[in-house]
Structure formats: structure tokens, C-alpha cells
Design a protein around this ligand. Structure first.
Ligand SMILES: [Zn+2]
Length: 83
């Protein structure tokens, strides 16, 4: 499976707005305005599109300088992802 083959940003942003559980643990969103990253299913208010970037792994978000969200705990399941 090509796990880095993410859908395009338009679809991912819509999934973020919808809190689509299909992408949970597969895609994470960084928010430039707050410096945190989240699961797409995060209950927090949704950021503006221009502040969002999407990554397949929490480690990539951290490497980019973002901290995990305290509400959705995006690294809670790290290492326990289903293949
Ligand atoms: Zn969050």
C-alpha cells in the first residue's frame, strides 16, 4: 500500500471540515496560525484553509516544527496503526 499517496488538499480540507473518520490516523493537519497539528477528526474549531498543510505521519509534523494538539492527541496511537 502506498501510504504516502495522499488525496489532494481540496479533498483533505473537506475531510477536515467534515471530521471524516476515514482519515483518522492516516492524515494529520498542521495549522500555521497556532503552531499545532491535529487529527482531521479534532473537535476544535477548524482553521482557515490557507493555514493548513497535510502530512501522513505525526513525525513529519513535529519535524516541521509543530506541536501535538491537546484536544485530539494526534500522537496517542503512534506505533499502533493498522497496516
Ligand atoms: Zn486537535
Amino acid at each position: 500500500m502506498a501510504r504516502l499517496d495522499l488525496p489532494d488538499d481540496d479533498r483533505l480540507y473537506q475531510a477536515l471540515l467534515d471530521r471524516d473518520p476515514a482519515y483518522d490516523d492516516r492524515v494529520f493537519v498542521t495549522v500555521a496560525s497556532t503552531g499545532i497539528f491535529c487529527r482531521l477528526t479534532c473537535p476544535a474549531r477548524k482553521p482557515k484553509r490557507e493555514n493548513c498543510a497535510f502530512y501522513a505521519r505525526p513525525a513529519e509534523c513535529i519535524a516541521a516544527g509543530f506541536r501535538p494538539c491537546k484536544r485530539c492527541h494526534p500522537i496517542a496511537n503512534e506505533g499502533r496503526q493498522t497496516k
